[in-house]
Design a protein around this ligand. Structure first.
Ligand code: 4AD
Ligand code: MG
Length: 432
């Protein structure tokens, strides 16, 4: 390729006095008295480049002069120490190659959130989104890293399904040749089928929810991490969840301080996220909510306000376990001590960021599973294959689903989940 290689802008600080090349995009630019000051960014940071009309070739100077914000450039020059610069250095340009000048960049300062969502494909170049997307990539990596070390196999489930994995109330329908299928709302049932061969598995895939909720924590398409383990009861399941969440928090706190600083998050707050997490039963949580003045009644599901009341003063997530069978999914294991309840737990993030994990021990007995499904009014014909998994060497097992964007929203303290995913899909947002 005819374009020269560059060093990462973030590494320029260790090259004082040296001649280096950087490749990036113009982040800011101003000119005065035959000099142009360009702040150039790449994925590692920004650096101020000083271009001098007297030093550059005429064609180069004209190119710099006419370049827009976000024009792509390759700059060669000498790194000089500059205490005033945020990076501690600046680059004195000896040559500038304008790779693509392009057009006037449509994003200027003080744009509305709606406009920034319309031009999301360009807003991804902002410092905010660069930091958020780096965090996202790291959170995915740390989650995989933890499970891989625990001896899990990653599996790839189908995303088009006939059987609903959850309530089935929020499915997106898809025309599939001359039939109807659905975009999956959870890969759990497929993960369960695979524990009989691989024992400890996780799927990392999108889930879709056609929930008509316009909250700051609902996406119509989100990334769902779903581990499933043979011979795990719900206590073992919960211990695995807290260790996973703690690993992600600790890794961000120790390896990504620069990202956390960008969002004003103190790494110490994430280092506090250590097992064990507080455990409340559903019934205890209802009592607590009522003491705090809520009008919620036993048997009702939690809303945003209840999750906030339970977690606003917590530093660590809180488990709410042992829920009424009536408001939970068909596959959950009936509590042997109280048949109205199931062995499950929801993990609520601190400071009102909401539910990040739903998990349970699974009903592994064929007859009880069929009874649950009939109680919930499910069409057994659509679950023949799933019921088969309980016919041949069924074993006790457990699993959970973690919403990746919910975790990122919490750990970066974002006020809206949309900034945890590059191209959000929400009720009124389909593009870009
Ligand atoms: O609690 P949910 O519905 O549980 C399941 O789907 C189980 N089948 C998971 C399992 O056991 N394998 O969803 C699990 C998690 C929630 O705790 C939340 O973090 C996330 O998925 N989630 C959403 N995230 C963003 N937008 C939405 N609309 C979400 N709905 C659920
Ligand atoms: Mg849930």
């Amino acid at each position: 390729m005819k374009f020269p290689k560059g060093i990462p802008v973030g590494k320029a600080v260790v090259s004082v006095g040296k001649d280096v090349t950087i490749r990036g995009w113009i982040y800011r630019k101003r000119s005065s008295g035959g000099k142009a000051f360009m702040v150039v960014r790449d994925r590692t940071g920004t650096i101020q480049c000083v271009a001098d009309k007297a030093v550059l070739k005429e064609s180069e100077w004209n190119a710099v002069d006419s370049a827009y914000l976000e024009s792509s450039v390759i700059v060669r020059g000498t790194v000089k120490r500059d205490e005033r610069a945020p990076s501690g250095v600046e680059l004195q340009a000896r040559s500038v190659m304008l790779v693509h000048s392009g057009e006037q960049f449509p994003i200027t300062e003080y744009q509305s959130p709606e406009f920034l969502l319309d031009v999301r494909h360009l807003w991804l170049r902002s410092q905010r989104m660069i930091h958020a997307m780096r965090a996202r990539s790291y959170v995915f990596k740390y989650a995989r890293e933890f499970l891989d070390r625990q001896g899990f196999f990653e599996i790839t489930p189908p995303l088009l399904t006939i059987s609903a994995g959850e309530t089935g109330a929020n499915l997106f329908e898809v025309q599939y040749f001359d039939q109807k299928m659905y975009l999956t709302e959870s890969s759990q049932l497929y993960a369960e089928a695979m524990i009989y061969s691989l024992e400890k598995v996780y799927s990392f895939a999108p889930s879709w929810r056609a929930e008509k909720s316009r909250t700051t924590k609902h996406l119509a398409e989100y990334w769902h991490l779903e581990p499933e383990m043979a011979y795990f009861d719900n206590d073992m399941n919960m211990q695995l969840q807290e260790r996973l969440v703690s690993h992600i928090a600790e890794s961000l706190a120790t390896k990504n301080k620069d990202i956390l600083a960008h969002f004003g998050v103190d790494p110490e707050s994430l280092l506090k996220v250590k097992p064990p997490f507080k455990r409340l039963t559903y019934t205890e949580a209802i009592d607590l909510l009522q003491q705090k003045g809520s009008s919620i009644k036993w048997g009702e599901d939690f809303g945003v306000e209840h999750e906030r009341l339970l977690t606003e003063y917590e530093d660590k997530p809180v488990f709410v376990q042992n829920w009424p069978k009536e408001i939970k999914a068909f596959y959950m294991y009936t509590d042997p001590k109280n048949e109205k309840m199931v062995l499950n737990s929801d993990m609520l993030a601190p400071h009102g960021h909401g539910e990040i994990i739903g998990g349970s021990q699974r009903e592994w007995r064929y007859d009880q599973l069929v009874e649950n499904m009939k109680e919930k009014g499910l069409n057994l014909d659509n679950y023949k294959w799933y019921l088969d998994t309980r016919k041949y060497g069924s074993v006790p097992h457990s699993g959970f689903g973690l919403g990746m964007e919910r975790v990122i929203k919490w750990m970066l303290n974002l006020d809206h989940i949309r900034d945890a995913i590059p191209f959000p899909r929400m009720m009124n947002r389909m593009e870009p």
